[in-house]
Design a protein around this ligand. Structure first.
Ligand SMILES: CC(=O)SCCNC(=O)CCNC(=O)[C@H](O)C(C)(C)COP(=O)(O)OP(=O)(O)OC[C@H]1O[C@@H](n2cnc3c(N)ncnc32)[C@H](O)[C@@H]1OP(=O)(O)O
Length: 446
């Protein structure tokens, strides 16, 4: 593990170089490393841990690992898909407790399940433009610490009560209260425009693409096997900080069998569905973050570069009228990114495709293989083709590790950067589907 030498230079505030005359220079962006806490099935190990504590723990681990205590970094950018209103400045609060200098600016962003990767792209772009020298990108989510809201009726009563000046006014307002007002508003894992859950949408796409139950179970089983092996090899030793007694993702089931998976009942379309609790990601609590920097800053601070973040692309699809599957946007983002990079889909040593649902990964791969989809939807003469499946999610992915929405991007970036470091050279593709019909993708190289 690369350790930073403590020099006086490191204590100086990170300041961007003067931009080249006539504009800003585009610089290479280094991934120095990442950190996450083990992910936990919701309402288990982190049931009493707040979102802010989760993110703080991930950040603190990164600060300790790279000896960043007291450092003023360019920025910390992170977010949560679901958060309390009291967490309006979640990332800043977590950064203030992380050990970084309080003079480090920090703020929230949110792009559903693409949040963690989008945060990395944002920080990377500022580094590339010379606006900052280094920064941390991250994400956190917990459905155990979900904010519970009150309905519109009770909200109006409470606001009126707050404004009332006299006891008489207050009593009059209280008279409007009905027991039905106590029904809480719980955040839903669904699309407001369709009223369908992510799983419902993915099941429609799975039917459309004819994704077999056995293939989904196989992908899920392989994810558990690969993640378990990665733990055995110690792959995560310098990527993870234990929390609340948890040292590994507790969704991981290395002993599960294909026979057992075949017995599970469909959980979305209960009649003809192919998606189950095992080939869908579980609701998960967790947080992750990555340290990005300019080449100069990495050198000046004696930090090794694991990989370079070289390309990114975000796409969105029209899913409302079911013109396209909700989670199919990466199928569009990736070919656009490949064209800009002058690469083909086969030019990668690793493919990190977020396993929101096994069926989603398989639908995306099938779309890229389909001459009709590639011609009609992507406007390509030739299909993108198949990938070497031995290079897909080689250290397991969200089905086995879990998927704390905003934290998945950081997990993937850190994992891929380390894979490239271990290999010595190569290229990896990241593809993350997100709610709202969006997809965030990137390329890491070494
Ligand atoms: C852009 C995006 O990323 S979209 C994705 C966003 N995320 C989501 O939408 C989350 C989707 N997931 C969910 O909503 C829930 O996890 C569900 C509906 C799939 C499943 O919820 P639950 O039914 O509560 O799951 P639960 O953990 O109880 O599992 C059901 C059963 O399957 C079993 N099971 C689950 N996984 C496995 C496994 N890998 N091996 C063996 N058995 C398993 C459980 O043990 C349980 O068995 P039991 O009933 O005998 O106890």
């Amino acid at each position: 593990m690369a350790q930073a030498a403590k020099t006086t230079q490191r204590k100086s505030p990170s300041r961007a170089k003067k931009p080249a005359a006539g504009g800003t220079g585009i610089r290479r962006v280094a991934i120095i490393g990442g950190n996450r806490i083990p992910f936990a099935k919701s309402n288990t190990a982190y049931s009493k841990v707040s979102n802010q504590e989760l993110l703080t723990s991930a950040l603190r681990g990164l600060v300790d690992r790279y000896d960043l205590q007291g450092q003023r970094l360019g920025e910390v950018v992170a977010g949560a898909v679901i958060k309390h209103s009291r967490d309006f400045n979640l990332t800043r609060e977590a950064a203030l407790s992380s050990g970084l200098a309080p003079e480090t600016p920090a703020y929230d962003i949110q792009q559903a399940c693409g949040t963690g990767l989008e945060a990395a792209i944002l920080v990377a772009n500022k580094i590339a433009l010379g606006q900052i020298e280094c920064g941390i990108a991250g994400g956190t989510d917990t459905t155990s610490d979900a904010p519970i809201g009150v309905g519109e009726g009770l909200r109006e009563i409470l606001l009126d009560l707050n404004r009332a000046k006299t006891v008489k006014d207050r009593l009059k307002i209280l008279g409007r209260f009905r027991p039905g007002h106590l029904v809480p508003e719980v955040p839903e894992n669904g699309e407001p425009r369709t009223g369908m859950s992510m799983g419902d949408h993915a099941q429609v796409t799975a039917h459309e693409w004819g994704i077999a139950r056995e293939d989904q179970d196989q992908l899920a089983w392989e994810s558990h096997q690969k993640l378990a092996k990665a733990y055995e090899e110690g792959f995560f030793a310098d990527l993870m900080t234990p929390l609340a007694g948890l040292e590994r993702d507790n969704i991981l089931r290395p002993d599960t069998t294909l026979e057992k998976l075949a017995t599970l009942k469909p959980c979305f379309d209960r009649e003809q569905g192919t998606m189950t609790a095992a080939n869908s990601t579980a609701l998960t609590d967790g947080a992750s973050c990555v340290l990005l920097a300019s080449e100069d800053w990495a050198k000046a601070n004696n930090l090794e570069v694991k990989a370079w973040l070289t390309f990114s692309e975000v796409a969105a699809v029209d899913f409302v009228d079911q013109k396209e599957g909700l989670l199919m946007a990466p199928a569009y983002a990736v070919p656009r990114m490949l064209e800009k990079a002058g690469l083909s889909l086969q030019d990668f040593d690793f493919y990190e495709i977020h396993e929101a649902f096994a069926s989603q990964v398989l639908s995306t791969l099938k779309a890229w293989e389909s001459p009709e989809f590639c011609k009609q939807r992507l406007g390509l003469e030739q299909p993108l083709g198949s990938i070497d499946r031995a290079r897909l999610n080689v250290k397991g992915s969200s089905l086995a590790a879990g998927h704390p929405f905003a934290a998945t991007g950081g997990r993937i970036v850190a994992t891929l950067a380390k894979l490239l470091e271990q290999k010595g050279s190569g290229r990896g593709l990241i593809s993350i589907c997100a709610a709202g019909g969006q997809g965030v993708t990137a390329i890491l190289e070494r």
